[in-house]
Ligand binder design. Sequence first.
Ligand code: PLP
Length: 390
Amino acid sequence: MQSLTAALAARKQQQLYRVRQTLQGAQGTEVRIDGRVYLSFCSNDYLGLAGDPRLVEALKEGADRFGVGSGAAHLVSGHSYAHQALEDDLAAFTGRPRVLLFSTGYMANLGVVSALVDRHGQVFEDRLNHASLVDAAVLSRARLVRYPHNDMVRLQSKLSAAGKGTRLVASDGVFSMDGDCAPVAELARLATEQDAWLLVDDAHGLGVLGEQGRGWFLDQLPAVPDNALLMATLGKGLGTFGAFVAGSEALIETLIQQARTFIYTTAPPPAIAWASRTALQLVREGDHLRTRLQERVQYFRAGARELGLPLMVSGTPIQPLLVGDAGAALRLSECLRARGLLVTAIRPPTVPEGTARLRITLSAAHETVQIDRLLDSLAACLEGDSLAAR
Ligand SMILES: *Cc1c(COP(=O)(O)O)cnc(C)c1O
């Protein structure tokens, strides 16, 4: 017990301690915490759908029809019409032969990688991949090989040097903490050439990028080869909860037989799947939301550039400001908070050492006056901090 307390104290000392904020109402551009309303720039609810009344209505209808708990795993008796209908909708939406729902994106990544690769295989991952993809490789017991961010030359040389056994390349589609995108077409070409699987995690692309919001993966790879798998989540752009994998008939059947995070867990509440069907419909018809979101991104970037803020190379709603030092990132986040703005400081180990940042995310629901307020506050806080540091 002593050592836990000491480790926690050390973590605080290093400015790496994390705490939760308790939201008193719905997710949105304005959230209430401890009775105070904050302007929020840190959710992944990019289209502003999480609190949409049409989704709330669909969830209620789903609960009326299907109850609350699914009561069992999918393979026992927990697979409901709501789940099946959502899988069918997602297959039609992605244009892939079949789709399999998972409870979360984290579980989907663990399930896919460990179903396809065993301890004789190798998993190749971008240095900046999401933690769930890294954990997936560890769980599979395959050899984990990391390559420098988006470096296709290095990936190619590592792939061609690889030994026998199944090989799988895994990459974020849109990198969650940086907002830039993976060269999906090039990844697919390399994977195909090397007879490897490719798994692209489009958690931050689905709903946000591409025609009808189909995401970065399908935008870059209109003709998907069967060795390329799409994983995407429903808890971000779609505003609901859950995740899915899309692929060939044989792939999905294999996952049903072998993906342990699919088999040994209770199916998610069917009403959530029911609400996700409505969310998918809103995403499909959501060109106006995506246009508005892109306008907000450009508006923020232009303002930040004018202020000389340390923008990163990102055209997506993830617009981090690179700070470097964890303590400085935390101070900036706290200064914004004192001014009524919520922006999280992202620190190691979520991002590499020395690259702590403010992860600003924009939503189609943000008004430009709210972005003005963010820019003004950023300027004031940075000014104050550099004065204090002198
Ligand atoms: C959020 C996220 C996940 C996990 O998805 P959940 O449904 O929240 O478990 C996986 N991959 C990436 C890139 C993510 O950003």
